[in-house]
Design a protein around this ligand. Structure first.
Ligand code: ATP
Length: 135
């Protein structure tokens, strides 16, 4: 295993969204943002619905990450998540419409469950728009 790069995978139940050797990974944990460089000490975090960024040879890639978990050990890192997309694959019109639909649902929500579902849909759409905007 190289001590200069991190072997990184983003995995969903459906597929491997990304796999490559990278120079750095930045993501949003539930307790705040974090970054790992090669040779970081072993680290785990629950992930927020937000974006993850990788750096490789001076270039960056952004991904929307719909929650899940991050693990780093021995220069191998993995994000396990229900859903993730590479920023360049995101349909921003779809995400914008999803956000608007969820905002309308939120404004007419009558139960805590409705509020929770609408807020979760808004968070997914915002993560996608953020990942696409920075890609
Ligand atoms: P929508 O209401 O637009 O379906 P959603 O947040 O309910 O959004 P999810 O259930 O999180 O969608 O995702 C369902 C599938 O659609 C996943 O495979 C996800 O990668 C894909 N997907 C969702 N939104 C987008 C988007 N804006 N661009 C590309 N793929 C998307």
């Amino acid at each position: 295993m190289s001590d200069k790069t991190i072997h990184f995978k983003i995995i969903t139940p459906e597929k491997i969204v990304y796999e490559d050797d990278v120079d750095a990974i930045y993501a949003q944990g539930e307790a705040g943002s974090f970054g790992v460089l090669p040779n970081h000490i072993p680290f785990m975090s629950v992930l927020a619905v937000d974006v993850a960024k990788i750096e490789k040879n001076g270039e960056t890639k952004m991904f929307s990450i719909i929650g899940g978990a991050f693990q780093f050990k021995n220069n191998e890192a993995i994000i396990l998540t229900e859903v993730a997309e590479c920023g360049s694959d995101i349909d921003t019109t779809r995400a914008q419409h999803a956000k608007e639909r969820a905002e309308a649902r939120l404004s007419s929500a009558e139960t805590q469950k409705d509020i929770k579902i609408a807020n979760a849909a808004i968070a997914r759409a915002m993560a996608r728009l953020k990942a696409a905007a920075k890609s």
